[in-house]
Design a protein around this ligand. Structure first.
Ligand code: DAH
Length: 343
């Protein structure tokens, strides 16, 4: 009986050892534990057979069962630790962070071609002592038209059809109303530029948009002449397009300046010989300008007998398109990263 029991225990022990050895995962190891040490486990069933063992042998058999249990438990524990360690190591390996790798770059974008062109123009005029002033995009008809010498039935109002909030308030069609606002404040002399968004009810195409930008300029002082206007804009063109740039003043009409002119610059691509860029003419139109109309002075409370002045208006998009040789204005508004990245 004793021998028999011993053999049986030994075979259970062998079997348990083998099962433990073959366990390659924690859940399998737990299954082994249950199948040998659990309530219905193989070793437990031996204890249940104790009633058949002779009384004097029971302590011995009991001791043997306990020894076997201890051995199995010890091996289970060791194997569990080994498996857990392996899991941890694998995890560490899989989750390693290479702190020496360069960080992923945050994409912060950069300045829009309009902004680059605007800042360049602001730099030029600030260098000549101008102030940068802003005016409202939603403007009174009074400032946008009336005080600029464009009365109710003037044809210029047709060319600058816009979006009306009501009959007195419009989305401004030009930055020129800022001239009237600044003059009305009565602080003289004036030397300012005013960049900003303007609106017209134009269809979108390669050269038109219902919303675009202008930069207005205004100088008012005693003894300001057309020569000052010419010198200023010549200097501006040279700084913007290069020192070789020539300027040409063509007579034109604007209701709020007299005399008025449009300014062309010599083509900076061909130097004035004529190319595709300047459509063969050698010249590129860049802005409108003139001497402030005496009637505008009067409407804004400035005495035209004492003060004179000049004004100009530049299309910002036009300058950005020219400077960066962009052939379609729509590209400036589409926010396509592939386009914007190039500047
Ligand atoms: N406001 C004019 C326009 O949008 C441009 C302009 C022309 C502005 C002559 C001026 C100027 O200040 O003197 O067409």
């Amino acid at each position: 009986m004793n021998e028999n029991m011993k053999d049986r225990l030994q075979s259970i022990l062998d079997e348990a050892m083998q099962s433990i050895q073959q366990s390659d995962a924690l859940d399998k190891l737990n299954d082994v534990r249950v199948s040998f040490l659990g309530k219905k486990g193989k070793l437990t069933s031996v204890l249940k057979g104790m009633k058949d063992v002779a009384a004097e042998e029971r302590p011995i058999v009991g001791q043997m069962v306990n020894d076997a249990r201890q051995t199995i438990e010890q091996h289970l524990e060791e194997t569990k630790k080994r498996l857990e360690k392996a899991i941890r190591e694998r995890q560490m390996e899989e989750e390693t962070i290479d702190v020496t790798l360069p960080a992923r770059r945050a994409s912060v974008g950069h300045r829009h071609p309009n902004t680059i062109a605007l800042e360049e123009m602001e730099r030029i005029f600030i260098g000549m002592g101008y102030e940068v002033v802003e005016g409202p995009e939603i403007e009174y008809d009074l400032y946008n038209f009336e005080k600029l010498n464009i009365p109710a039935n003037h044809p210029a109002k047709d060319e600058q059809d816009t979006f009306y909030i009501n009959k007195d308030i419009v989305l401004r069609t030009q930055t020129s109303p800022v001239q009237a606002r600044v003059m009305e404040q009565g602080k003289l002399p004036i030397r300012m530029i005013s960049p900003g968004r303007v609106f017209r009810s134009d269809e979108v195409d390669a050269t038109h948009s219902p919303s675009f930008h202008q930069i207005e300029g205004l100088v008012v002082d005693k003894n300001i002449t057309f020569a000052d206007l010419k010198g200023t804009l010549e200097q501006f063109a040279k700084e913007l397009f290069g020192p070789e740039t020539k300027t040409k003043f063509r007579p034109h009409h604007f209701p709020f300046t007299e005399p008025s002119a449009e300014v062309d610059v010599s083509c900076f691509k061909c130097g004035g010989k004529g190319c595709r860029f300047c459509k063969g003419s050698g010249w590129i139109e860049i802005l409108g300008c003139g001497m402030v109309h005496p009637h505008v002075f009067e409407m804004c409370g400035i005495d035209p007998e004492v003060y004179t002045g000049f004004a100009f208006g530049v299309g910002l998009e036009r300058i950005a398109l020219l400077k960066y040789e962009i052939d379609d204005m729509r590209l400036l508004y589409e926010n396509d990263d592939r386009f914007l990245k190039q500047f």
